[in-house]
Write a protein of this length. Sequence first.
Length: 168
Amino acid sequence: MQLVLINKQRYRRHLNIVIAACITTLVIGSLGVAQLLILLFPDPSGSHFYWNLLGVIATCLLLVTLLLKFKTHDFMTEVTYVWDLKQSLNKITRAMRKLKMAANQGNENAMNALQYSYDGSRQLWLLDDNVLTLESLDDSQKELDQLAIKYDFLLDAKNYRSELLKSL
């Protein structure tokens, strides 16, 4: 996955709409399904826990199906990009210890993976207005820059591919 510049205002607006739609669908859908089940299959004891639970589960399955169906829609472009970026960064984070060890030994793939992680994290944190942690990211970037100088390597996040993580 390559890093792409996206419009922050459009991303935030569309994300808020998607979140609101999901919450609304979950509330209305789960209550609607549960009430329909209670109406069709009343429980003499008055406990309708399982019907309520089934309503929530059915609505969650519907939401997942709808999100996957509309994932490629133009409206979801930025939201999907951030979703995919977070998944990509999580893969790198799980391999971070190995990446840093390999980068310290001059491994170019590891340094490019770290550069991708730092660039992607910076973009993600700026999109979400999470600027408090940027200072620690800048420190990590300086360490990586020093390694690149030491091993005479030009860092480029565009050279990162997730398959490179398997080789470490």
